[in-house]
Design a protein around this ligand. Structure first.
Ligand SMILES: [Zn+2]
Length: 262
């Protein structure tokens, strides 16, 4: 299998000690390609640097809702200027969105999210959206802007009805460790019922550990468990699931193929 981890924070310091060796090991397991979302101005250089040093790594640029308040003035103008240089390996805007569980004031989160949607539209890029306890508000905002390239609702957790709303708006659903939790009934049902091509695989490593591995940093190796769980949940052959999802990932991120093959 040649799996793409569509959401992995490979630049985080937890991987600093042995990143090179582990990238090789994960590749041998079948996970050799990645999209690294940025979280704020402080890691834009890091994600771009990683993509420059390693084959198979693409990235997004953006501001995560948790870090909206920590950015310095003019950050959106600097993001705009950076996007205008068409950096190599860039495939998306994000991650951005809304987290109504966090302490960051909602007004600021919404402003930043909307500004990043405008950037995605201006630069014709898909969005990597973080939506926690905010699916209905996020859907309302996306419906208002209708970004043509759509994108992904990363680490989707929600009902079948919410999943269908996002899919109709042109957004796929990022499927990760959540489906390994028995108690995530609603999300598991949505994942079972949605068209396979509406789903994308992701680990969100080092976050979002699988059931039974809480407390340890998650790694891209979890992608193998996630795809097995998904195939079982949907009663579809693993190889079919892998090939449909790969194709669908390349469609969701039109610049990905070039980014991971140069
Ligand atoms: Zn993330």
């Amino acid at each position: 299998m040649h799996l793409i981890d569509t959401h992995c924070h490979l630049d985080f310091p937890v991987f600093d000690g042995d990143r090179e060796a582990r990238l090789v090991a994960w590749r041998q397991l079948g996970v050799g390609e990645y999209i690294i979302p940025a979280v704020g101005e402080e890691n834009w250089d890091r994600v771009m640097g990683l993509a420059g040093r390693h084959a198979g790594i693409a990235y997004g640029l953006g501001i995560h809702p948790w870090y909206v308040g920590a950015q310095t003035e003019g950050v959106l103008a600097r993001l705009h200027a950076l996007l205008a240089t068409e950096p190599r390996g860039l495939v998306a805007i994000g991650e951005c969105g809304l987290d109504l569980r966090s302490q960051v004031p909602q007004v600021g989160q919404i402003e930043s999210f909307e500004a990043q949607i405008r950037l995605a539209m201006e630069f014709d890029l898909p969005l990597i959206v973080h939506s926690v306890r905010a699916n209905d508000t996020v859907a309302k905002i996306l419906r208002r802007f209708k970004p043509a390239r759509g994108g992904v609702i990363h680490a989707f957790g929600g009902s079948l009805q919410q999943a269908e709303v996002f899919w109709r708006l042109g957004f796929r659903l990022g499927i990760g460790g959540v489906i390994s939790y028995e108690r995530a009934n609603k999300t598991r049902e949505a994942v079972r019922e949605m068209p396979l091509e509406a789903l994308l695989l992701e680990t969100d490593a080092p976050d979002m550990p699988l059931q039974g591995q809480q407390g340890e940093p998650n790694t891209p190796a979890s992608l193998l468990t996630i795809i097995q769980e998904l195939a079982q949940l949907r009663q579809q052959p693993l190889a079919d699931v892998a090939s449909v999802l790969r194709e669908s990932t390349l469609q969701a991120f039109p610049r990905l193929n070039m980014a991971i093959n140069t």
